[in-house]
Design a protein around this ligand. Structure first.
Ligand SMILES: Cc1ncc(COP(=O)(O)O)c(C=O)c1O
Length: 477
């Protein structure tokens, strides 16, 4: 009897999963009632409920109080590959391919539907208001400010930035903030300060191509950590790799990771910081999207757990306020002085008028209001985008539902190759970011990164329909 019950239970779950993956049962549909199924399958109601609870845990069903079970699409995230990759366990010098430049160059046209873009829609930024403030903020600048605002940078701006860390759970002093030309310079300077040529740096897999390029151009060696598409780097793997290799630094993005959209749970982030602190290993944290959380609560930043000044938190206003202004910073902990000396050697200073404009803007207090609107708009765009993905992408395709930022990672069906898809889509006026540009070893041919942060228009919707058709055709061909 017990064997028969187990068999019914297993058959039932397998069949419901198959129906959902094939698109026969669709998100929002009501699942067959427990009573009906138990009658039809000759199983007890308890067996059916047990099967439904398992399907619920795996994201195929959701329960609504007093209404029963409904089909859910959360499985697309929970059933993503447990690791986005299984990278080689040895450090490597990198040779980031021409492909990155080819893809970036192709995305620059205004005519394309920018699903491959690394920026949210320009309509989301208060650019007119900032432009009107350039005059007043710069006219009154004393001529000595070109000297006084040399690195580490404009005092008012650094105080404003330091104060904003409170919301992310960290106590940061203005003295440890160094103003830079965007986050990318902050990340590069940090890497130069905490490592030497030939040193091993732990990175995520997949990772932002700017990270791969920095490691390549500075002659460091990258060691990739398997990274989960929703929960980020695998700490057990980090521990193992630290035991096997003389790692000098980590470069991670623990919230809303580009390209996966993954976010480490706060507790795991704390464990990571403590693990690295035991070995005095600095963590370079890329936090460019940290203000773009879509849930009610903002994740705590790695710096919130940093008791030894070992975390270098690199941020910017490029994705949240003023993309073209090239204004960023690093909260560099114990490395602050070395970073600002390196900054002087590299580029003398960050534009002094631009530092003044953003310092004034922040001190007037409109930034938090702008961010609330920005997050609400990104959340709405994400919902519309995911609904359309559900509608137009072929059954069995999976994607992440990030808790912040504006980028998601989608796994293609077997037989579809990301670079080929990128080229086919370009011909049809659609850009996308193929997985291999985020890889140090030619991986991720089965995945693409998509941007949901641009205005939702009929053109966006029809581009997703076209993309879905291309994927179906390529998978079939
Ligand atoms: C993950 C990530 N980090 C860093 C950067 C660079 O930021 P910034 O433009 O402020 O230099 C980008 C920009 O695309 C990014 O996507």
């Amino acid at each position: 009897m017990a064997v028969r019950t187990t068999k019914i239970y297993e058959d039932l779950t397998t069949q419901v999963i198959a129906l959902i993956q094939a698109g026969t049962l669709r998100c929002g549909d009501r699942a067959p009632s427990v009573r009906q199924l138990s009658r039809e399958r000759g199983a007890s109601a308890g067996t059916v409920v047990h099967a439904y609870e398992l399907l619920q845990a795996r994201g195929y069903l959701s329960a609504r109080p007093r209404s029963g079970f409904y089909i859910s699409d959360a499985w697309r995230t929970t059933d993503l590959q447990q690791r986005a990759s299984s990278p080689p366990r040895r450090p490597a010098k990198l040779d980031v391919s021409e492909l990155v430049f080819e893809v970036l160059q192709a995305m620059r046209s205004r005519e394309l539907v920018p699903l491959g873009s690394a920026f949210p829609g320009p309509d989301l930024f208060p650019l007119k208001q900032l432009a009107s403030e350039i005059g007043p903020s710069t006219r009154g600048l004393h001529q000595w400010r070109s000297v006084e605002d040399l690195p580490p940078g404009n005092d008012k701006l650094r105080r404003q930035i330091a104060g904003r860390y409170l919301a992310a759970g960290a106590h940061v002093l203005p003295e440890e903030i160094v103003i830079t030309a965007g986050a990318l310079e902050a990340l590069n300077l940090s890497l130069q300060v905490v490592t030497d040529p030939g040193d091993i740096v732990l990175i995520e897999s997949p990772s932002f191509y700017g990270c791969l390029q920095a490691i390549e151009s500075l002659g460091r060696r990258a060691l990739e950590v398997p990274t989960h598409p929703t929960t980020g780097v695998d700490i057990d793997e980090v521990r193992k790799l630290l035991g096997q290799h003389p790692v000098r630094a980590c470069w991670f993005m623990t919230a809303f990771q580009n390209p996966l959209g993954a976010t480490m749970p706060d507790a795991a982030r704390g464990r990571l910081v403590r693990l690295l602190a035991e070995r005095e290993i600095p963590l370079i944290e890329d936090s460019v999207y940290s203000d773009l959380y879509l849930d009610d609560e903002r994740p705590r930043c790695a710096k919130a757990f940093d008791k030894h000044g070992l975390v270098l938190d690199c941020g910017s206003f490029s994705k949240s306020l003023a993309p073209g202004y090239r204004l960023g910073w690093v909260a560099a902990g114990r490395f602050a002085q070395s970073v600002w000396r390196r900054k002087i050697m590299t580029s003398v200073a960050t534009s002094i008028p631009i530092q003044a404009v953003i310092g004034d803007y922040l001190s007037r207090g409109g930034y938090e209001r702008h961010l609330r609107r920005l997050r609400r708009d990104l959340g709405l765009r994400q919902n519309l985008f995911l609904e359309a993905m559900q509608e137009y992408m072929p059954p069995g395709m999976k994607w992440t539902r990030p808790a912040g930022g504006y980028l998601l990672w989608a796994e293609l069906p077997p037989g579809v190759e990301a670079i080929q898809l990128h080229r086919l889509a370009l011909v049809r006026g659609i850009s996308l970011a193929p997985g291999p540009i985020f890889s140090a070893n030619d991986a991720f041919h089965h995945a693409i990164r998509l941007n949901y942060g641009h205005p939702w228009t009929t053109r966006t919707e029809s581009s997703l329909r076209t993309l879905g058709t291309l994927i179906r055709q390529t998978a079939g061909g």
